[in-house]
Design a protein. Structure first.
Length: 272
C-alpha cells in the first residue's frame, strides 16, 4: 500500500512531444530557406554550399575518422579544462567568502578578468607556455574559471541571513552549517555559473584550437576549411559544435538543474 501511494505521489514524467515537433519544424524550415538561398545563386557555391554538400562533407569526415577523433580530442581538452576551472573557481570562491577583504578585492578583479575576450588569452598562452595542449588548456581555464568563482562567491553571500540565524539557533555551526545549509542554498546560483562557464570554455577552446594551430580537434577542421576554402567542411564543423552544445545542455545541465530545484523545492508548477 505504501509503495502504491509513493508511486501515486511521484510526479509523472512526460515526453515533451510539442517541443520536439517544434524543433523538427524549425530545422525543416531552416534547411528549406537554406536550399532556396543556394538555388537562387546570390552567393557562389564556394561561399554557400547546399545542405546536400554539407551532408557529403559530414560523410567524408566520418569516413576517414577525422570527425570522430576530433570530437574526442576536443571534448577531452574541454572536460579537463572545465573540471580544473570548477575546482579552482569553487575553492577560490569559498576563500573569498571566508576572508572578507580578499573577497571584495578579488570579486572586482574577477569581474574585470571575466570581461576579457577568450582570444585575448591566446597570445599570452603562446608566449608563456607555447603551442601545445597545455597552452590550449590555459586559455580554456582562464576564460571560464572566473564565472564559477563569482557564482560561488555570490551564491553563498546572498543566502538570506534569517536562514543562517535559524540554523544557528537549532545548533548548526562550523562544517555542519556549511554542509547542510550554505552549500545547498548556493547550489542553484552555482549551477547557473557553471553553465555559463561551460559556454565560455567552448568558445575559448575552439578559438584556441584555431589560433594555436592544434594538430587535431574541431578547431583544426575549421582551420583547414578556412585555409582551403572548404565552406561545406566549415559548416559541418559548426553544426557539430551546435549539436554537442545542445546535447550536453539537455542531457546534463537541464537535468541537473531540474533535480536540484526539485530537491530544494524550487520547481514551479506549470500553469495550464
Amino acid at each position: 500500500m505504501q509503495r502504491l501511494q509513493s508511486r501515486l505521489n511521484k510526479p509523472e514524467k512526460r515526453i515533451d512531444l510539442k517541443g520536439f515537433s517544434n524543433t523538427i519544424l524549425f530545422i525543416a524550415v531552416f534547411i528549406g530557406i537554406w536550399q532556396i538561398a543556394y538555388l537562387s545563386g546570390i552567393w557562389p557555391k564556394v561561399s554557400l554550399p547546399s545542405p546536400i554538400m554539407v551532408v557529403e562533407a559530414f560523410y567524408d569526415l566520418i569516413l576517414d575518422n577525422t570527425l570522430l577523433v576530433s570530437i574526442g580530442i576536443t571534448l577531452y581538452r574541454l572536460l579537463i579544462g572545465f573540471a580544473v576551472s570548477i575546482v579552482i573557481g569553487i575553492g577560490v570562491g569559498l576563500a573569498m567568502v571566508k576572508f572578507t577583504g580578499f573577497g571584495k578585492t578579488m570579486s572586482s578583479f574577477a569581474i574585470g578578468l571575466q570581461s576579457f575576450p577568450s582570444v585575448a588569452w591566446v597570445p599570452f598562452a603562446i608566449l608563456l607556455i607555447g603551442l601545445n595542449d597545455i597552452g590550449i588548456l590555459f586559455v580554456v581555464i582562464m576564460s571560464s574559471v572566473f564565472s564559477v568563482m563569482i557564482s560561488a562567491y555570490s551564491g553563498i553571500r546572498n543566502i538570506p541571513p534569517i536562514y543562517l540565524k535559524a540554523a544557528r539557533n537549532m545548533g548548526a555551526k562550523g562544517f555542519a552549517l556549511f554542509r547542510h545549509l550554505m552549500i545547498p542554498a548556493a547550489t542553484p546560483a552555482l549551477i547557473v555559473g557553471i553553465k555559463q562557464a561551460w559556454s565560455f570554455a567552448w568558445h575559448a577552446l575552439v578559438g584556441a584550437e584555431i589560433l594555436m594551430a592544434a594538430s587535431i580537434g574541431i578547431g583544426h577542421i575549421l582551420l583547414v576549411g578556412r585555409e582551403f576554402q572548404l565552406m561545406d567542411q566549415i559548416i559541418a564543423s559548426m553544426i557539430t559544435i551546435f549539436a554537442l552544445g545542445m546535447i550536453f545542455d539537455k542531457v546534463i545541465f537541464a537535468k541537473l538543474d531540474d533535480k536540484v530545484r526539485e530537491k530544494w523545492g524550487l520547481r514551479h508548477e506549470q500553469i495550464s
